[in-house]
Design a protein around this ligand. Structure first.
Ligand code: NAG
Ligand code: NAG
Length: 186
């Protein structure tokens, strides 16, 4: 989900983060996103303010324990007026990571549990067919910062895009793209 992005928005300094999103799935996808609206245009992350978002999506075919996912996080920047990007590697489960969906749900258990509670869904990576909607409020614990190596946190301003795809075997089941402009206000 937006787990990696959220982790990416979390840094010990004062950060504001504007987010947009798109359902990039194929016509026959199993996971359909209707809405991911952050409460304000800017997400201020200063260690006190919780992240608030309204989330609404449908699961058309149930997720079993075999579902895998792959995330690609790219950072865009301008060099001599030319826009370039590079793929942020997977470090401590943040960045361009792939693997079992259940593994990531466990790795981000606190966030996933709060997600599930807000959506009135059981905390389980196997998701039943249905429509899931709710308002998510997640106070960011400062120990999440420990996950991110300081070499990455040094120079963060820029544009980021995160594309997450879910798979049933080798068939794509869903795709979510999230773009975010990060501004750091130290
Ligand atoms: C989320 O909260 C808004 C008001 O803050 C409300 O209008 C909306 O219905 C809520 N959404 C869900 C899915 O509960
Ligand atoms: C931060 O990164 C941007 C683009 O990636 C670069 O132009 C800038 O010089 C960097 N700043 C520092 C302090 O490294």
């Amino acid at each position: 989900m937006i787990l990696n992005l959220i982790v990416y928005c979390l840094f010990p300094t004062f950060i504001s983060c504007t987010v947009n999103w798109e359902d990039c799935g194929q016509a026959d996808r199993s996971l359909v996103f209707h809405k991911i609206n952050f409460k304000s245009d800017k997400i201020i992350i200063d260690g006190d303010e919780p992240i608030q978002a309204e989330v609404d999506f449908s699961v058309l075919d149930p997720f079993d324990y075999e579902v895998t996912m792959s995330a690609e996080l790219r950072r865009y920047f301008k060099l001599l007026f030319i826009e370039k990007s590079f793929k942020v590697p997977c470090i401590n489960d943040a960045g361009s990571c792939s693997g079992s969906f259940c593994y990531f749900v466990q790795s981000y258990a606190n966030l996933a549990r709060s997600f599930a509670d807000s959506l009135h869904a059981p905390f389980n990576c196997a998701m039943e067919k249905g429509r899931y909607a709710g308002n998510i409020t997640y106070p960011i614990p400062t120990n999440v910062f420990n996950k991110i190596p300081s070499v990455i946190t040094k120079n963060l301003s820029g544009k980021y895009e995160l594309v997450i795809r879910w798979y049933f075997g080798d068939q794509e089941a869903g795709c979510l793209a999230i773009g975010s402009a990060l501004q750091i206000n130290p």
